[in-house]
Design a protein around this ligand. Sequence first.
Ligand SMILES: Nc1ncnc2c1ncn2[C@@H]1O[C@H](COP(=O)(O)OP(=O)(O)OP(=O)(O)O)[C@@H](O)[C@H]1O
Ligand SMILES: [Mg+2]
Length: 251
Amino acid sequence: MLNQSWQPRQTHMSATSTNGKEPLIAVSRLKKAYRTPAGDFYALKEIDLQIYPGEFVALAGRSGAGKSTLINMLAGIDRPTAGEIVVNGHAIHRMSEGELTRWRGREVGVIFQSFQLMPMLTCLQNVMLPMDFAGLYNSPKERSARAFYLLEQVGIAEHAHKLPSAVSGGQRQRVAIARALANDPTFLAADEPTGSLDSKTADAVFEVFQNLVAQGKTIFMATHDRELASRVSRVVRIDDGEIVKDTQLHR
Ligand SMILES: Nc1ncnc2c1ncn2[C@@H]1O[C@H](COP(=O)(O)OP(=O)(O)OP(=O)(O)O)[C@@H](O)[C@H]1O
Ligand SMILES: [Mg+2]
């Protein structure tokens, strides 16, 4: 079983300590301006940030502080106005749209508050979709086996053949996490992943993240939830587009 190609790809970034390691993500002098009728609005003013392999980082800050904007920059969903973003050796600020799309499909797992599953596809098919797009894991059979394996990892394999509308919110978010893991990404970027879940369900989803970090994944998660933010390894606080606090909690 272990040699099957749908098992995680090997990466050179599997360490769980920052000591003496190169950052997995290095952001320097990052700025993001949105064009508005009133002129350019700088949602990110000058961000410098390094995230190391194996870190579980919460991005905290009030509404409008710039959390989603920063997550979107690191996930290659939106582009910076100025500055540099290097992820696992890739200078993503220099990539063309096409390169960025391909890079994102293979290197980042993104999880949103609203799950964003395809309603007409089963849970299993939703998890297979990124593999289909990236052309990874050769045959449909391999992709389906890997998708099933990932649904098992997040504890909902029994719902594999249901539509998202037939499972609960917490289960949908687990499907979204399994989908984010589909191509065995370098890191996971999550934007308020527990924002629409009750506290008990949020806790269970958070545990899935903790397990992934224990397995060596790196997670950057925007959250409003102070309780959850206190349980990660590091909290970066952003206010008005600037990092105002950066706290290591434990490791
Ligand atoms: N497309 C846009 N055009 C103009 N301004 C925008 C745009 N997107 C976001 N902004 C502004 O940028 C700032 C940061 O927004 P962002 O969505 O990153 O905040 P946030 O910290 O994620 O907030 P929330 O906690 O409410 O999700 C806000 O002032 C917002 O109004
Ligand atoms: Mg947001």
